[in-house]
Design a protein around this ligand. Sequence first.
Ligand code: 6PG
Length: 245
Amino acid sequence: MDNVTVFPDRDSFVAGCADTIAHIAVTAIAERGVCTLALAGGNTPRSIYEFLARTAHTRGVDWTKVQFYFGDERCVPPDDVRSNYRMARETLLDHVPASPDHVHRMRGETDPALAALDYELLLQRVFRTAQPPMFDLICLGMGDNGHTASLFPGTAVLREQTRWVAPQYVEVMQTWRVTFTLPLLNAARNIVFLVEGAGKAAMLRRVLAGPYDPDVLPAQLIQPVHGQLHWLVDVAAAAQLKGTA
Ligand code: 6PG
């Protein structure tokens, strides 16, 4: 699999992911004067964002030229420990010279449908396009059940072909989420999956080397139309990929 990079240990995984994000940001800023970056939520990104905050300036990242977005959000207040925005603020945004009006959080504290609509209208205003905008980089995680962003198995949002941002009640977690949809995700210039840990090994093999079963394995639906897809994984998560194509 040519778009899968396996890192031998946790430190190299964290540094490698941070360097990849920094490189894409520097390239985007050099080419277009801005980097539109959608951050992933969950736990895996924590150490990556912290490393990025400490080192990206040494890789030439001009944080004042990065526009920060979120690929999904839990429907909780921004100071809630479950908030993806809070996680990103604590690990990255509070530690780099990001302009506050360049940080665009999903309003998880409001009605999910309104939050999704607000965010979609923001994207329409900022990108001034009727087609799904091309983010320079969308970071994604992968759950051990094959979900990514807030695209969970068996949910209606997997079939959304028009909206760019949608609300979705996730029965298995008994919670509302707001998420980028596949038309928006797959329009990206770069998508980077950040996957670590033995707990993801079986699912990573199913997603990358198993039968195509997207309603069960939503991460298989991430197929950038024109962009690049990168899987950045540690050796533990890649343990069951040996012997696959
Ligand atoms: C979220 C994320 C979600 C996450 C995966 C992996 O809001 O939870 O967007 O898609 O990336 O669940 O989470 P971990 O990195 O914590 O394993």
